[in-house]
Structure formats: C-alpha cells, structure tokens
Write a new protein. Structure first.
Length: 343
C-alpha cells in the first residue's frame, strides 16, 4: 500500500508546471526574418524629406573630359535645432588642361610677346609671305620639316609604332634624295603617298602618361608646358646626333632658325587672328588653344578619334583650317572659332 501511495503522489507532482509564469514586466520580442524588415518611417514633422538622406548623382568617366557634377548634401538635424546646409563641389580637370600657377606672370609675358609680334614679327612674316614666290616658300618649308624627320622616326620607335617609324624613315630617304635635300615633298605625292607626321620627345612622355606640368608662356617663345619644354630640349640635343654637328653651326643654325620662325608665323597668321578675335580673355584663349592642340595630337597617338578641336585640326606643325572648336574650362560652353583665310 505504501508503495502504491508513493507512486500516486509522484504522478501528481509531474503535472505541476516546472516554473512560474513570466512576470508582467518581461517583454517577449518576436524573431523577424531579414526579408520582412521595412524601411523607417518618414522624418519628424518640420524636417524636410531631403534632409534625411544624401543623393549622389552619377559621376561620369574622367577620361571623357567633362567636369563632374556638383553634389549638395543637407545634414539631418533634430526638430527644434537650427539646420545647416552644406555644399560639396566635386570637379575634375579636363585631360587637356594644365595648371597655371604663374598666370599673372604668364599674362604679362603674353602681352609683351603680343606687342613685339604686332610691331616686328607679324609684319616681317607677312613681308616674307608676300615677297617670296610660293614655290620658294614651299621649298624652304619642306626643307626645314625634312630635317625633323629623324627625330620623328626615333620617337615613333620609342612609342612602339613600328609602321609609322618605317614610313617616316622612308619619307626622309625619298625626300632627301629624289626630293632634292627635302625641298620637294615627293613622298606625299603619288605613288608613294606617305603623309608628314609631327612627333617629338614631349609626345613620347605624354604617350606614357607624363602630365603636362605647369603651363608657361615664355617671352618671344610662346606657350609651352614643363613637359613640352623638356621634351623640346631633348629633341634639339638628338638632332645633331642624328644629322651631324653641321646643323648646330651658327652659319647654318641662325639662318635656319630665322627662316623657321618666319615660316611658322606666316603659316599660322590666320590662326592667330582667329584666336585673338575669339570672345573672352585673349591670354586664356591662347593658352587653351595651345593645350587643346597638344591634347589632340596626343589623342591621335593613342588612336582616339573625335577628341580633337575640329575636322581641320592636324598636328602641331600644320595650321588648322575651317573652324576651331575651343573648349571652355569648368564646364563652359564650346566656342566655334572660324578661321578666315587672308586674301
């Protein structure tokens, strides 16, 4: 009997709850799946909806040359506090642009050079153009540019453009022999059809990614950059090594330099007039025209088309024809600068 009583008592104990119910202060949080999470509610009354988040516009590719968009952010503030509106301006420099930390000095040098040009260089170049028959001027022009072909050839080799290097060497060989020491550009005519191309060590530096460096406007020399100034010096050192020391003899170098300056100024006379007549600051126009011409030449080395200044813009050694598309800085509009040939 005693054993039966103990068994009945144990059965009743098993039916009693193991623990008392949770107190009223305990909050049971349900488990929520990740895909059931909802967005927060709207911001409190008085706080603009735009102040609760940032909206960043799509940033275009820097290589396109277009300036990046302006991004404005408005920090969210609690109700009752003074709101502060901030502005973040994100910009990107166009590929052709070069910093101009010496803008004031460059502008003065530009003005002095322009005065000398109007008083001396331009009248002499026009007299040179009008006084010499066109075949004579063409012969001088071809001869001077033929002297540069070995440097052009060398830089095409440095850029691993073997096809253009071979063509340049063939041009130099044909024009230096059949073309009477380069005075006649036989290589450009049928059946040879080898075009003249400009190239130099500054282009080679740019081809491998060396930036422009600061822009410089040197008195009586004109626009350049630190990279182009160094590259031009290397070209002048390489020329006598490839052509002989005779090209550095003052009896040859001085007349060749004077004729080269007059030939270049006469060739670009219409271009200079058009750039001077363009709206805006004349110094800024001359600076940006040079930099964009250089970028167009470098783009051609990389095989990029349609990034130049216009259909009539070739290498630096050829004067542009037709209309120049002069781009503005900081997103300014493109200006069409027509070139009117002098009667």
């Amino acid at each position: 009997m005693a054993i039966a009583a103990v068994a009945i008592w144990l059965a009743r104990v098993e039916q009693v709850p193991a623990s008392p119910p949770a107190p009223a202060s305990t909050v049971m949080m349900p488990v929520v799946a990740a895909d059931q999470v909802t967005t927060p509610a709207a911001p409190p009354t008085g706080v603009p909806a735009a102040a609760s988040a940032e909206t960043l516009p799509t940033v275009p590719d820097v290589a396109s040359g277009e300036p990046l968009a302006t991004v404005q952010t408005v920090p969210a503030t609690p109700e009752g506090e003074q709101q502060a509106t901030g502005s973040i301006v994100v910009t990107a420099r166009n590929p052709w642009e070069a910093p101009d930390p010496l803008a004031d000095i460059n502008a003065k040098s530009f003005a002095a050079t322009e005065d000398v040009d109007r008083a001396v260089v331009a009248p002499l170049s026009r007299a040179y153009k009008q006084g010499l028959p066109e075949p004579v001027r063409d012969g001088i022009h071809n001869f001077l540019y033929n002297l540069r072909e070995p440097v052009v050839f060398l830089n095409f080799l440095l850029q691993h453009k073997l096809g253009k290097a071979v063509e340049t060497l063939a041009r130099f060989a044909v024009n230096s022999t059949v073309g009477v020491i380069g005075t006649i550009d036989i290589a450009r005519r049928k059946p040879v059809r080898l075009p003249r191309r400009s190239n130099g060590f500054s282009n080679t530096l740019a081809f491998y990614g060396v930036p422009n460096g600061p822009f410089l406007y040197l008195p009586l020399v004109g626009p350049t950059t630190v990279r182009d100034l160094f590259g031009g010096a290397v070209d002048r050192i390489a020329m006598p090594l490839m052509l002989g020391r005779g090209v550095t003899d003052p009896k040859f170098a001085v007349p060749a330099g004077v004729l080269g300056a007059l030939d270049h100024r006469a060739e670009f006379d219409d271009t200079f007039k058009a750039v001077r007549a363009a709206p805006g600051d004349p110094y800024a126009n001359a600076r940006d025209f040079y930099l964009q011409r250089r970028q167009a030449e470098i783009d051609q080395l990389h095989g990029r088309r349609g990034t130049g200044m216009g259909s009539g813009v070739g290498g630096m050694s050829e004067a542009p024809k037709g209309t120049i598309r002069l781009k503005g800085r900081n997103g300014d509009r493109v200006r069409e600068v027509p070139i009117a040939p002098t009667p």
